[in-house]
Design a protein around this ligand. Structure first.
Ligand SMILES: *Cc1c(COP(=O)(O)O)cnc(C)c1O
Length: 388
């Protein structure tokens, strides 16, 4: 084997406006260059407490069980599902997007049975359909996605859904990966039993340490389990030894990711979580006004500020648009998934990426890339500028 000749790391300087990761804030980047300490160092143990306190603030919860899971958002999703779902539990899952499908396959791996409540891709679940599914299937858990990143749909009426579940003695698991830190989310007020997220969406930290919160109802269900959790790594009764009182070794926490998460959460607390939700709505509102004034539509009937699905003009190749934005302007966006594949651009407006300059740059670049199509690029820019 020859000695490889690999050059110095020089990633391109992109503006990240896709479904995640988003642009990392300079202060978060700086936090990641600070020295490592051990994961059981008293200094790190104090830092763990701070991260938990900051997470509770951002989740709007007093839940004691509020921790970062080592791994990306899917690890937090699997921790939620793997611990809550016991073999033979029935779980109601959503059929209106890509991540609902991922939840379903995790439920099945955990030994649970799924029943699906459907809505077209681009629309939220209808509370009446969820009620009907409860009446016919009597599920033990209701899992749903607060912000479906594949469709740009915000699930409204969260507390109506959690009330419905609790009236039927079921618990709720909410995917808040694309809403946490960017869109109104109130875990306690809305009586959500379990919610999880990721670091690289509206928090603008690198992926690798993912927020999870569970209330007492959820912890009681876990404590009463007969069957052991199938994952050793994500078993919350084992993680309790590390994140709980004892602080005993379970696995080595990703120290640098926890530093980054702490700084990102500190930024969110400085801004104020409500002000941060408003900023996302304001900046993404200008983006939305801009694309609509250009003559393009959003593919979602329930707007999710952090992720905008922009329908492309008929006959336009999404791959060419994405490549044009990346190669010509260093702007990253993504294409559609599943039922929306080939039809839309997915434009994120998350965390540190949710800035007026990014919206204007994106609209200008999109206007250039779509030149020759029947769009009004100037009107788009003017509309966004007016809103900002
Ligand atoms: C990104 C995302 C996930 C998965 O997170 P990873 O960090 O990619 O593992 C789950 N759910 C939603 C809604 C997401 O947007």
């Amino acid at each position: 084997m020859q000695r490889p000749e690999v050059g110095e790391l020089t990633p391109p300087d992109r503006t990240l406006m896709g479904p995640g990761p988003s642009d990392v804030h300079p202060r978060v980047r700086r936090a990641m260059t600070t020295p490592l300490v051990g994961h059981l160092d008293p200094a790190f143990v104090d830092l763990m407490d701070e991260v938990q306190e900051l997470l509770r603030y951002a989740f709007r919860t007093d839940n004691e069980w509020t921790i970062p899971i080592s791994g990306t958002g899917s690890a937090a999703m699997e921790a939620a599902i793997g611990n809550l779902v016991e073999p033979d539990d029935t779980v109601l899952v959503p059929g209106n997007g890509y991540f609902g499908g991922r939840m379903a396959s995790m439920v099945e791996r955990a030994g649970g049975e799924t029943v699906t409540v459907d809505a077209p891709w681009g629309e939220p679940l209808d509370v009446d359909d969820v009620r009907a599914a409860f009446d016919s299937h009597d599920p033990d858990l209701l899992a749903f996605v607060h912000g479906e990143t594949s469709t740009g749909v915000l699930q409204p009426d969260v507390s109506e859904l959690t009330d419905l579940a609790h009236d039927n003695d079921a618990l709720t698991i909410v995917d808040a990966v694309t809403t946490f830190g960017g869109v109104e989310l109130r875990v306690d007020d809305w009586d959500v039993d379990v919610a999880y997220s990721a670091a690289q969406k509206c928090l603008s930290a690198p992926p690798g340490a993912s927020p999870l919160t569970l209330n007492e109802r959820a912890m009681a269900k876990i404590e009463e389990r007969d069957a052991t959790v199938r994952s050793w790594y994500l078993d919350l009764s084992k993680l309790a030894d590390y994140w709980g009182e004892e602080r005993a070794y379970h696995h080595t926490a990703p120290i640098t990711n926890v530093y980054a998460l702490r700084e990102a959460l500190r930024l969110a607390a400085e801004e104020g979580i409500e002000a941060r939700w408003e900023r996302h709505e304001h900046v993404a509102g200008a983006l939305r006004a801009g694309v609509e004034a250009m003559g393009l539509d959003l593919a979602s009937t329930s707007w999710l500020p952090s992720l905008n699905t922009v329908r492309l003009p008929a006959g336009v190749d999404d791959g060419a648009v994405i490549e044009g934005l990346l190669d010509g302007y260093d702007i990253e966006v993504a294409g559609g998934l599943g039922d929306l594949s080939g039809e839309v651009l997915r434009v994120g407006c998350m965390g540190h990426s949710a800035r007026p300059a990014n919206v204007l740059a994106l609209l200008a670049a999109l206007g250039n890339v779509l030149e020759g199509e029947e769009i009004d690029a100037d009107a788009g820019l003017a509309a966004a500028r007016e809103r900002l």
